[in-house]
Design a protein around this ligand. Structure first.
Ligand code: MG
Length: 444
């Protein structure tokens, strides 16, 4: 498996494709691109984190950047710290939801947003050239800040907008996967008035289950919710940007509902523009339509969503993988903001999570992938765009065709020669029919 280089940073197998040298080169490249300035550096809890943190600090200091180390911190905490502290950017040592033998680097710019594709390309280009600044304008300084997590929690609490008395003393279960969310997420939940049962809550970086917060990995959370008679279960990924939910019956409700429930809450109070990527459920469009609003659809990737939110002054945004962005806190997907929205929604409505979900529209989503050479992927996307021209397909990232009953999105993987197909409709059978229609046009 080669080193994965994408707009969201780099990821690799520790000691194989990702070594301290690679981390040093990429951070020297980022520091060279920025030409100095103050940066934030943080890591998730993986045991290889301190090693890469040291390499990354060296790379940034060499290029004249000054580094503020947050130690173990959530990705959204870094996003918040950059904006609050007017930093020039940040680097996070994390492989997000990849298993423990992986690690990686995420870069953030001065808005606390993942770099745009052009900047991401420049970082890789400078790294490949080996032409790094080193000491031309002196070296940066190294300082520590152990209060960033507390300030992030305070910002999420300050963004709260309903009376939480109804949730006081209610039990919630939190699975932090022994990751970066371990320390400050219970702090937030306590401040929201909840009693917290914390599982996988030691910041050891030893993941108790596969770290992606998907149905098959969260059986223990559902069991714990039932055992403890809790109102809800929350699951974070290792860098705590994504959040998945389990209802009061211990049932996993699907990551698409995290953004939908946040939008349900926010739009009822502060109706305004919404942004999400092309692969995210139509649930968000249905909720926006209740207020006569449209959803800005972007290419897949947090950076695209964040930029669309900035450009359109969106009140809420995110991705269907459980990533919600509250622009008042930071322009990074933030599990703390997501938790706060859901707790406020429960408090404001007096309903259970299963009731809230039952009241939302229901869709089935199917995902397929096809190994194809790049030129055939491009040809398939072109053919579908032409075949469904009367449906005004969206083409900023592959092609998405919307039908009356659902939609199909075809796009090339960023990292592998794979064509991905996602189809959504009220039933799995309908989604399969739509997928087959589009595949026929695509010739795959
Ligand atoms: Mg993540």
């Amino acid at each position: 498996m080669a080193l994965m280089v994408s707009v969201s940073g780099i990821r690799g197998l520790v000691g194989q494709t990702l070594t301290p040298t690679v981390a040093l080169e990429f951070t020297q490249a980022y520091g060279t691109l920025l030409g100095g300035g103050r940066l934030v550096l943080a890591r998730d809890t993986r045991p290889s984190g301190p090693m890469f943190e040291a390499a990354a600090a060296a790379g940034l200091l060499a290029t004249g950047c000054s580094v503020t180390q947050l130690g173990v911190a959530m990705t959204p905490t870094v996003g918040h710290a950059i904006r609050a502290g007017k930093y020039a950017g940040g680097v996070i040592i994390t492989a997000s939801h990849n298993p423990g033998e992986w690690n990686g680097l995420k870069f953030l710019d001065d808005l606390g947003v993942a770099p745009d594709p052009e900047r991401a390309r420049r970082i890789a280009e400078i790294r490949a050239s080996g032409q790094f600044r080193c000491g031309q304008t002196g070296f940066g300084t190294l300082t520590q800040d152990d209060q960033a997590g507390k300030r992030h929690v305070a910002a999420v609490l300050a963004a709260g907008e309903v009376d939480l008395r109804a949730m006081r003393g209610r039990r919630v279960v939190l699975d932090s996967i022994n990751g970066a969310g371990c320390t400050h997420t219970p702090e937030l939940l306590h401040a929201l008035g909840c009693e917290v049962v914390h599982i996988n809550g030691e910041p050891t970086g030893v993941f108790a289950h596969r770290p992606e917060p998907t149905r098959e990995n969260l059986g223990d959370l559902g069991t714990k919710v039932r055992e403890t008679n809790a109102a809800i279960g929350f699951a974070q990924d290792p860098d705590a940007d994504r959040l998945a939910l389990v209802d009061e019956n211990g049932t996993y409700i699907g990551e698409e509902y995290t953004l939908a429930l946040a939008a349900l809450f926010v739009l009822a109070r502060r109706p305004g523009p919404v942004a999400t990527n092309l692969s995210t459920s139509r649930l968000v469009d249905d909720l926006a339509a209740r207020h006569g609003l449209k959803v800005h659809r972007t290419p897949v990737g947090e950076a695209h969503v964040a930029r669309a939110m900035l450009a359109n002054r969106c009140v809420i945004g995110g991705e269907g993988n459980g990533g919600v962005i509250d622009p008042r806190v930071c322009y990074v997907r933030d599990s703390l903001s997501s938790i706060s929205f859901v707790i406020q929604l429960l408090a404001a409505t007096g309903k259970t999570l299963s009731q809230l979900v039952a009241e939302l529209p229901h869709y089935a989503m199917i995902k397929q992938k096809f190994e194809l050479p790049r030129d055939q992927i491009e040809a398939a996307v072109k053919a579908v765009t032409a075949a469904f021209a009367d449906r005004a397909p969206l083409t900023s990232d592959g092609v998405r065709v919307d039908f009356e009953t659902g939609w199909v999105h075809l796009r090339a993987s960023n990292t592998e020669p794979i064509l991905r197909l996602i189809a959504e409709a009220p039933s799995e059978q309908d989604a399969g029919t739509l997928a087959a229609t589009v595949r026929a046009a695509a010739g795959v």
